[in-house]
Design a protein around this ligand. Structure first.
Ligand code: GLU
Length: 548
């Protein structure tokens, strides 16, 4: 067979050579050890936690080494494409602090190694396809769907592995005349790789996450170009990562089964194999067993979920790094205030089997992160969230930023800051009572007569002086406690609760409920200071009126 002639027959329009391509996309000039990596999503519009994990890993590996992170859009499957998906992905990742140095952008491309959308690269793939054909490493296959099904059925009946290989690869050795006849008849064809591999052979491979792997050679003549001339992922990945000068391929480990073929393909094309970082899936506990997070079952897989709940970007990044690198938590303990990007991420510290996603832990990490923010920071982020998800609340917050910031400052600073909030969604239930419109009427415990509650509130109004400091304020509450026959001595009360009708905590609760509508609130003295004398008294008077 004259391979050159076949190559010319199949790709008459291709005039450029692989060398032309190599010259057009020269090696990058980067410091020694710089990682060039990419995100290569299919534009399906659904951005999930897995994308963020991959994004964070890629971003860290690129930027901490002085390398490059670029975005390549793998849009070869037009059926799955959702309009606007690329923009959604770019914006979402940007929101989480992941910025691409190069690649697809809103409505265009940025960089010297493009185009960065695979459908626009058809001519480039064809140059390499022609090369493979000219070297006898690829050939056209004119099998129809029906023929392929028949092959599969026969293999199943024989209990053999299914696929286009060995004696089943029926177009492997056809003559150029047969091929020409098919072309003349206008029959569609795909380009297949001619595999020289054998499943009898194994070799070792080092993955940066999975470690040493023993790999069985591929013997299937996989499709390189589909009948519309658009490449499969496998072929596109090899050509693109070569020409875009990718040093590290960071991707999900669902690609591991294709790795034998990819290695073979890089070799056949004369490309240097990049390093591979195969990330395990995100798992969750389901009862007593672990399972992969699923798009169908787990709303927490979608990144929109975290945004709507109001998890801050900082908390998400902090939490994911905790999950991704086993030494991160120790580092954080030793470097409490350091910028997360000064942590040295290592793919070797990823769990090869996949990372366990634990919502309770996320909440914990998030509380910590928020507790370390200033009131001003919290205000800014909370307003940003509320403007999107709770307009009414946003309006209230924006109406008096100083008031809101004072509320958010409660218990902040110092060695042991309060950890009231894990999400922005929790802010309204936590602090809404400060706003009259959100204040709820208190429900006092039935165990106390309303006359007792009345008396407490009346006495409080008589003595309340906002100029008191917090201990003077509390002394007054204690005095009221004793006056109504309750005890301010909690020890004595605990020793014999039957000896008193109530205690100082009960009295504080009556006042707290009258002022905040709730049995739980941040420090009551401070709450009153922020509300001011008039509003505090007004609230108590209103409750008194309702008690009569
Ligand atoms: N388009 C592939 C995916 O979304 C990319 C895999 C890769 O990064 O190479 O899974």
């Amino acid at each position: 067979m004259d391979h050159q002639a076949l190559a010319q027959l199949l790709f008459p329009q291709v005039t450029e050579t692989p060398d032309d391509m190599e010259a057009k996309f020269p090696q990058r000039e980067l410091p020694e050890g710089a990682v060039v990596t990419r995100m290569a999503p299919s534009p399906t519009g659904f951005v999930h936690l897995g994308n963020l994990v991959q994004g964070m890993i890629s971003e860290r590996m690129a930027h901490q080494s002085g390398g490059v992170l670029f975005l390549r859009v793998e849009d070869t499957d037009a059926k799955r494409e959702v309009p606007g998906a690329v923009e959604i992905l770019i914006d979402t990742l940007k929101h989480y602090g992941i910025q691409f140095d190069e690649g697809a952008t809103h409505g265009g491309d940025n960089g010297l190694y493009g185009p960065y959308r695979q459908r626009q690269r058809a001519a480039i793939y064809h140059v390499f396809a022609k090369k493979l054909v000219s070297e006898g490493k690829a050939y056209p296959c004119f099998c129809t769907e029906a023929e392929l099904s028949a092959i599969r059925e026969q293999q199943e009946a024989n209990k053999e592995t299914t696929g286009y290989y060995g004696k089943y690869a029926i177009w492997r050795d056809r003559s150029i005349e047969e091929i020409q006849a098919q072309l003349n008849a206008g029959n569609p064809w795909v380009l297949r790789f001619r595999s020289e591999g054998s499943i009898e052979n194994q070799f070792k491979f080092d993955d940066l996450v999975k470690g040493k792997l023993t790999i069985t050679e591929n013997d299937v003549d996989h499709v390189l170009l589909k009948s519309d001339g658009i490449p499969t992922y496998h072929f596109a990945h090899a050509v693109d990562d070569q020409l875009m000068r990718t040093t590290h391929v960071v991707r999900g480990d669902e690609w591991l089964p294709s790795l034998p073929f990819h290695i073979q393909l890089f070799k056949a094309l004369g490309f240097k194999l990049p390093k591979y970082v195969h990330i395990g899936p995100l798992m969750k506990m389901d009862g007593n067993s672990k399972r992969k997070l699923s798009k169908r079952k787990d709303p927490e897989l979608a990144l929109t979920y975290y945004k709507a709940e109001g998890f801050s970007v900082q908390a998400m990044r902090e939490y994911l790094m905790t999950v991704l690198n086993s030494n991160f938590e120790d580092w954080r303990r030793a470097n409490a205030d350091a910028d997360i990007d000064t942590f040295k991420f290592s793919p070797k510290k990823l769990n090869p089997a996949g990372s366990l996603f634990d919502y309770a832990k996320l909440v914990d990490v998030s509380k910590n992160v928020i507790s370390k923010m200033t009131a001003e920071e919290v205000f800014k982020l909370l307003v940003e969230w509320a403007e999107e998800f709770d307009r009414d609340f946003a309006e209230k917050l924006n109406a008096d930023p100083a008031f809101a910031t004072a509320i958010l400052a409660i218990g902040r600073g110092g060695k042991k800051p309060r950890k009231d909030l894990a999400t922005w969604k929790e802010a309204k239930p936590y602090m809404g009572f400060f706003y009259d419109e959100y204040l709820e009427a208190p429900e006092f415990a039935n165990s106390f007569a309303s006359t007792v509650i009345r008396t407490v509130l009346e006495k409080f109004l008589e003595t309340y002086d906002p100029a008191d400091d917090s201990s003077a304020w509390f002394e007054k509450v204690k005095a009221i406690t004793e006056e109504i026959g309750f005890t301010a001595d909690m020890k004595a009360y605990k020793a014999d609760p039957t000896a008193y009708p109530g205690n100082v905590a009960d009295v504080s609760t009556f006042i707290r409920q009258a002022v905040t509508g709730k049995t739980n609130s941040p420090d009551l003295y401070t709450v009153m200071q922020i509300l001011g004398k008039e509003r505090t008294e007004q609230r108590i008077r209103k409750v008194l009126a309702s008690l009569s």
